[in-house]
Write a protein that binds this ligand. Structure first.
Ligand SMILES: *Cc1c(COP(=O)(O)O)cnc(C)c1O
Length: 348
């Protein structure tokens, strides 16, 4: 890449193998179900997460919204974390386009809603109240350091959802980070949910796309929802080809990204001007803050780092940062960030 970019794993470029696969992909009209490469990707994705069927969508946001539209209707309610991506960062899509009412709940230090709170949030059958229809989980949990949530927690929420007949969807944008970090198969995390979306375009490096997976019947409904959203694509095999490479070649190596994040966190812990909780760094995200005696704001520090070292860092509030590792960040890039930050802070 032309810069050292820690702002997100979404900035990752496709790998050379992806560009080759894209150039030679067999294609057809996917709205007719005739793109062989899309069909192959959807089958491969479904197999990876232990579901019957998959649906290639243009983004994680579209995958989550298509899932909500397939699970719930107008006047229905969806229970989800108050700092979840779907609630905070997806433009209110479920309300705007689905008439679905979000019911946000607090999450703990690693992004868990309490199962008892989920149960209490489920409404009784009464014409005064919205119908509880859906629970949304997120894994890894971006709002809490990208923490990977364990299967036991997912099972405890699934038990509540089942008891009350609610559907359960997982926003697994970084599902494979969550799986690799816990040294388990992704299907161990998704067996508890009815549907799951994961991104091909983040740590897995594909240029575009996510896959929504679930039962064949659910995907039939989600395919209609995708069409309503304008998401039916034609020779999308060009894009799906990169997704196939992503699923075949890019999952296990996420462990390298996690090791680099850890290396960064350990380095930051040695910097007097920075504050970091190393224990929270389990996947590819490092959240850290400026120490109180640093006179600069996070934005000023990020600007100087970009100007002096060509290192790009995301800010998180006036004192905080988020650094995300990915395929195009190696151990040396981590050292460049640490030394660049040390000099910026020394001059403050
Ligand atoms: C990135 C992300 C999404 C949405 O993905 P886009 O492809 O950017 O629309 C959804 N959920 C989480 C947790 C994410 O990090």
């Amino acid at each position: 890449m032309d810069r050292i970019d820690f702002r997100s794993d979404t900035v990752s470029w496709p790998t050379p193998a992806m560009r080759e696969a894209m150039a030679s992909a067999r294609v057809g009209d996917d709205v007719y179900g005739e793109d062989p490469t899309v069909n192959e990707l959807e089958a491969l994705a479904a197999a990876r997460v232990g579901k019957e069927a998959g649906l290639f969508v243009s983004s994680g946001t579209m995958g989550n919204l298509a899932a909500v539209l397939a699970h719930a209707g107008r006047g229905d309610e969806a229970i989800l974390g108050e700092d979840s991506h779907v609630f905070c960062w997806e433009a209110g899509g479920m309300a705007a386009l689905g008439g679905v009412m979000p019911h946000p709940l607090p999450t703990d230090a690693i992004g868990r809603m309490a199962p008892g709170a989920v149960e209490d949030a489920i409404r009784w059958d009464d014409p005064h109240v919205a119908r509880s229809r859906l629970v949304l989980l997120e894994n890894s949990y971006g709002g809490k350091h990208g923490y990977p949530l364990p299967p036991e927690y997912l099972a405890s929420i699934a038990a509540v959802a089942r008891r009350y007949g609610l559907a359960l969807h997982m926003d697994g944008a970084r599902l494979f980070n969550a799986a690799v970090a816990q040294n388990i198969d992704a299907a161990e995390l998704t067996r508890h949910v009815d549907s799951v979306t994961f991104c091909l375009s983040k740590g897995l490096c594909a240029p575009v796309g996510s896959v929504l997976c679930g039962s064949a019947d659910f995907i039939h409904h989600a395919r209609r929802a995708r069409k309503i959203l304008g998401g039916g694509m034609r020779q999308a095999g060009i894009l799906a080809a990169a997704g196939i490479v992503a699923l075949n070649e890019m999952i296990e190596r996420l462990a390298d990204d996690h090791a680099h994040a850890r290396l960064l966190a350990e380095g930051l812990a040695q910097l007097p001007g920075a504050r970091v909780n190393v224990d929270m760094v389990r996947t590819n995200m490092v959240f850290f803050e400026l120490a109180d005696d640093v006179a600069l704001s996070s934005e000023q520090v990020a600007d100087r780092l970009r100007e002096t070292a060509n290192v790009w860092l995301g800010t998180n509030g006036p004192r905080g940062f988020r650094a995300v590792t990915h395929y195009w960040i190696d151990a040396n890039d981590v050292r460049v960030l640490l030394s660049g930050l040390e000099s910026v802070l020394a001059q403050s």
